[in-house]
Design a protein around this ligand. Structure first.
Ligand code: NDP
Length: 236
């Protein structure tokens, strides 16, 4: 039964990660979330982890393994933005975003792959963004980190595809969370005009796609980029 597989979602205390954790709980999976602050939703095990720190990621996985068992489904969701135009972007603005969004995914997936290889089964789901392939003025750091996840998932598919492990990217468009709440009103209205669906999505609409990718129905899908963007990227 796929619902016996242990799920770990990074950044599951709020936003999209929290909605993903809730969906997995509702589907009957044992679910752990990592959080730097706060707690995951009801029914989840919350472990502390900062994805920029490999030792902290390792300790979080060890705790999940002790309490729930080896992680079979990993959702690399934790991410940050530090938006500004190229000429104003500092080395730190660039490095910290890439280190969290892409480097964090590397640390988390590397640690998760050990158990998956042993089990010869695993689902790696990376939360990217429409911006990774569409581009976005003021987000060179963020878009680079999110585009990197596509090469990551495809290389992982080639490395581990024969071991029962799939790796896919989910690329959300504009989702109602704290991250988009920070955008100026006129920017939000401009984006809405460009989205064929004419609206932002709820975090739950992303979560439904993620739980489907973890299911047996998606066993033959790997290296894919699945947009959840109301048509903004036209399937990229
Ligand atoms: P939020 O800002 O609401 O949440 C971000 C999450 O990431 C929080 O749980 C945060 O933890 C965690 N996080 C950030 N840095 C670290 C770190 N160093 N170590 C561990 N956890 C960390 O974002 P969203 O829910 O909106 O976004 C979730 C993912 O979806 C991100 O990867 C984002 O890029 C992506 N995305 C979002 C879109 C949107 O429209 N909202 C669109 C496309 C993609 P803490 O609470 O401790 O800060």
């Amino acid at each position: 039964m796929s619902a016996d597989r242990v799920v770990l979602v990074t950044g599951g205390n709020r936003g999209i990660g929290r909605a993903i954790a809730e969906r997995f709980v509702a589907a009957g999976y044992p679910v752990a979330v990592t959080a730097r602050s706060g707690q995951g939703p009801e029914g989840t095990l919350t472990v502390r982890a900062d994805v920029t720190d490999a030792a902290s990621v390792d300790a979080a996985f060890s705790e999940v393994e002790q309490q729930l068992g080896p992680v079979a489904v990993v959702v690399a969701n934790a991410g940050i933005t530090k938006d500004t135009l190229l000429l104003r972007m500092t080395e730190d603005d660039f490095d910290s975003v890439v280190d969290t969004n892409l480097g964090g995914t590397f640390r988390v997936v590397k640690r998760a792959s050990k158990g998956m290889l042993k089990a010869r089964w695993g689902r790696v789901i990376l939360i990217s963004s429409v911006v990774g392939l569409y581009g976005s003025a003021g987000q060179i750091n963020y878009a680079s980190s999110k585009a990197g996840l596509v090469g990551f998932a495809r290389s992982l598919t080639r490395e581990l595809g024969a071991r029962g492990i799939t790796a896919n990217v989910v690329a959300p468009g504009f989702i109602e969370t704290e991250m988009t709440a920070e955008l100026p009103e006129e920017k939000k209205a401009e984006y809405k005009k460009a989205i064929p669906a004419g609206r932002y999505a709820s975090a739950d609409e992303v979560a439904g796609v993620v739980t489907w990718l973890a299911s047996e129905d998606a066993a033959y899908i790997s290296g894919a980029v699945i947009p959840v963007d109301g048509g903004l990227g036209m399937g990229h």
